[in-house]
Design a binder for this molecule. Structure first.
Ligand code: ADP
Ligand code: MN
Length: 495
């Protein structure tokens, strides 16, 4: 008797042919997978597919949108596999580096240059071509040269197999695909730059986290800028405020010759959530420059107007020689400007920097000058001037955040100016600058007005009276009073 007991005479449930069948194997695997991951992985809502007014004029854009859609699904699948492998194990492995990433963060021209510089062609066919030296096979009219389209096309298709394994080329041979040299070369280059790009992108994980701060439409706008080569990379977020999010980016190449894009840029995205903007109405509603447009606009357009206002104001300041970011481009509610700072590190705000008493004094006189410049040269009042909106860079003060700035004849313009003066005056008096004027003196020095009240309450009453006078004048004559463009030069206080 057999020591291992009698064999069970169970009937064999499938034949060898079945076991070897690929189709059966696939079916079994699918079954297994479905059992392991019954949950349906909802493909994240595609911002690019669902958005309404999307620009569909560019084939490249469309192709990239589809690619993103594909990447998303691919990543979802990858996550499932990762989960399956890791299970409950304490030690887990990550498939992170196999993810598909195509944020189009770099312009391909850079890769092209690299490509041309590369002596070693990683995709060259392993074996030398089989066409003999003389360059043709056959005789008479059956002669086939190495330039024969069909032969060459098939050969090119076969050579695609040498592309990096991640680069899926499909079954070109099976469908007898014949690639022209031109197409093959383009594909080869693309495969090469894709490989490099994805390697580079995997190093920059912060990219994806930073962009979560913006909505899909804004993200598309940003992608387009990177796509157009105007920006090279958006590296991360510098600041998230109530009204805006600011990103850092490396500048790319300008489409037009005459414009130079700074090597580092700041991207200010005006938030499209409306709540925060409601209390800012008073700035823009009464600004005559925007008066005609304000009443007819929807909230989204109003936010664009803030961005537009910041652009106009920065341009005015730039023209007057005031240190401030230089405008690069405005697209809807996204304003790109030069970056104040270096190597991704923004210049510190005046409130965060500790200056020597000498620098402090220097900063004070510079600001006094800038306020006068702003008022006289740009016809503007900052309206949110404080140590929070002044950066210390290159040994001087830079003014930023001027979307709320108004002209002095704005119905509340002088009140805003007085508030600015109070902030500046208090900051420097606390900072130990003995020469700092008090807020009332500073106000007169900047505006060139001569309000004599020696206490705050009376001073403010006079300011409001002036504003009212101006308003009445506008009502009666349809234009502003001339007193604001004072004839006599205001005293420029300097050392
Ligand atoms: P907010 O209205 O949110 O205050 P700001 O224009 O003041 O917007 O920008 C917020 C922060 O982003 C600033 O305090 C500054 O640190 C940074 N920032 C804005 N613009 C620039 C720039 N051009 N260069 C460097 N940093 C900037
Ligand atoms: Mn600010």
């Amino acid at each position: 008797q057999c020591p291992w007991g009698a064999p069970n005479t169970t009937s064999i449930s499938c034949s060898l042919a079945d076991v070897m069948s690929e189709q059966l194997a696939k079916e079994l695997q699918l079954e297994e997978e479905n059992a392991a991951f019954p949950e349906v992985v909802a493909v994240a809502e595609g911002p690019f597919i669902t958005g309404e007014n999307i620009d569909t004029s560019s084939d490249l854009m469309l192709a990239q949108m589809l690619q993103m859609e594909f990447d998303r699904e691919y990543d979802a699948q990858l996550r499932r596999e990762e989960k399956k492998i890791n299970g409950d194990s304490k030690v887990s492995i990550s498939f992170e580096n196999y993810r598909k990433v195509h944020p189009y963060d770099s312009d391909s021209s850079e890769d092209e240059v690299d490509w041309q510089d590369t002596r070693h062609d990683p995709y060259r066919a392993d074996k030398p071509t089989t066409t003999p030296r003389r360059g043709f096979i056959g005789k008479g009219k059956d002669i086939t040269t190495k330039h024969d389209e069909v032969v060459c096309g098939r050969k090119n298709t076969a050579r695609m197999e040498n592309f990096a394994p991640e680069f899926q080329v499909g079954d070109g041979i099976g469908m007898d695909l014949k690639l022209s040299n031109q197409v093959f070369n383009a594909l080869k280059q693309h495969a090469y730059s894709e490989e490099r790009r994805s390697a580079r992108l995997h190093e920059k994980k912060e990219h994806s986290t930073a962009e979560k701060a913006v909505d899909p439409k804004t993200r598309l706008l940003l992608y387009k800028m990177v796509n157009a080569g105007m920006l090279e990379t958006i590296t991360g977020c510098i600041s998230t405020g109530k009204e805006s999010v600011v990103f850092h980016a490396y500048g790319g190449k300008s489409a037009t010759e005459d414009k130079v894009i700074p090597p580092e840029c700041a991207i200010k995205v005006f938030k499209t959530t409306l709540n925060e903007f409601k209390n800012r109405d008073k700035y823009i509603k009464d600004d005559y420059r925007f008066k005609d447009r304000f009443s007819k606009l929807n909230p989204r357009k109003i936010i664009r107007m803030w961005a537009e206002k910041e652009m106009h104001n920065l341009t005015r300041m730039q023209n007057a020689g005031i240190p401030c970011p230089q405008v690069v481009i405005l697209k809807k509610h996204v304003l790109v400007m030069s970056f104040i700072g270096q190597d991704q590190v923004p210049a510190p705000k005046l409130k965060d920097v500790t200056l020597s008493s000498e620098d402090m004094k220097k900063a004070y006189y510079q600001i006094l000058n800038m306020m006068q410049q702003l008022y006289k040269g740009c016809n503007l009042v900052h309206a949110d001037l404080s140590e929070y909106n002044m950066l210390w860079h290159d040994g001087k003060v830079w003014l930023i955040d001027v979307s709320q700035s108004v002209e002095p004849t704005h119905p509340h313009g002088l009140e805003f100016l007085f508030r600015d003066c109070r902030n500046v005056s208090q900051f420097f008096q606390k900072g130990g600058v003995a020469e700092a004027l008090n807020e009332r003196e500073l106000f007169n020095a900047v505006s060139g007005l001569n309000i004599t009240a020696d206490n705050e309450v009376d001073f403010q009453a006079e300011i409001e009276a002036l504003e009212k006078m101006n308003e009445d004048h506008v009502q009666n004559h349809g234009k502003k009073l001339s007193m604001f463009s004072s004839d006599g030069d205001p005293p420029i206080n300097d050392e």
